[in-house]
Design a protein around this ligand. Sequence first.
Ligand code: UTP
Length: 472
Amino acid sequence: MDETLLAVIREAGQEHVLKFRDELSPGERSRFEDQLAAVNWRELPQLAAEYVLRRPDTAIPDDLAPADFFPLEPRDAAMRELYARAEARGEELLRAGKVCCLTVAGGQGTRLGFDGPKGTYPIGPATGRTLFSYFAGSVARAQEKYGRTLLWFIMTSPINREATEEYFQKEGFFGLDPEQVFFFTQGTMPAFGHDGKLLLSAKDSLSLSPDGHGGTLRALRVSGALDRMAAAGCEYLSYFQVDNPLVPVVYPRFIGLHALEGAEMSAIMLSKTGPKEKLGNFCVSGGRVRIIEYSDLPEALAEKRNPDGTLAFIAGSPAIHVISRAFVEKLTAGGTLKLPWHRADKKIAALDESGNVTAPAEPNGVKLETFIFDAMPLAEKVVILEGDRQELFAPTKNAVGVDSAESCRRMLTARNARRLRAAGVEIPLRPDGTPDAVIEISPRLVLDDADAGELVRKTGLRAVLPGEVVAL
Ligand code: UTP
């Protein structure tokens, strides 16, 4: 084994990871050494001290205040005019090929408990079309609408890259040109035991997990994705998560406002449903926009009300962003970008002293991740635009319950019902006002309300029957 590597591992106090090295075949040993060589051993002691051996507190600055945002409904004529200009600008940028899509799909989706990349999860309420199929359909429809190829960048992890690519191959890229879809892989971080020692997942492997969606920025650079965007003339990245099939893959008003205001990174906000809703909170401190996680926002601030009774910290984040390519170039130039780490206590199957894998019943270790929203304080200018929750946010985090596949399917049906009703179709309702039907509309056909109107006109659909399962 390389002496320098051995020395840094020792210096980091992590020599135990080599315990089973003598039992490995030459091939296993060489692969393991490659993996070990990729770890930044020098930063580990400090990370362990700061995030593992003690619980890091998120410092809440004294000047923390709610961040300003552009409301969903324009407040006055000037704002109405600005929104109209923003929409026109967004559409113009799309027609000029200045926008690309970026989906982060490197997460492990542990809460959903689905075997395979989360993007391959069947979410369509009538047909079971997958999350990736939703986005692919929307990308295809958007590029048809704006008459310009829309590049689509998909971030995977080393764990799901192969399965993700195979899935796209199997589906024939959903009719997209394979050249317009660019997969790239994020980095990993080794998991720690609560004693600050790294965990092994096998005798020849550390327990590695994706380094969080904050890893997107560095991965965009090292994978060559940024260069590809630059070569294609893309200036704006439309960023969304793989678990939200309601998201507009491109949102002209949002993109246009970001561009008109000269922002570096922008965000959609939703009005929180209550003080404790599990969304990050848009705040401002020292003139910089930042997100404070729901678990970190002090109770007094979470509960604070405006004179009209609304929550002071009303703005929650659904993780939908527009990011300027130039901003990512700037942040990642020189390779010194450091986003803060966030600690998550997890149950991590790991090798015990005698080399057997045990699956713990209780959290036994710590995973560290960085978050994309921590780039916002680094931006000179951030635009926050209110979005309509019913139209754009239904995260699939769990199998059932809140933010689940179930609730997501209901919201897909509800949005489709709304769009059809707006186009004159009669929709049966249950006593609680929700649609008494399951309605799925192909994203390949309908990107927005205008498309839905057109579809209704073409199909001549007049009414959905009670209990009917409709796939358009
Ligand atoms: P979540 O934080 O919801 O995590 O990711 P997850 O991995 O999907 O699910 P759990 O927590 O294990 O149940 C939000 C988005 O960020 C992406 C996910 O794929 C999802 O689109 N993500 C998360 C990454 O791309 N990389 C990561 O390292 C973490």
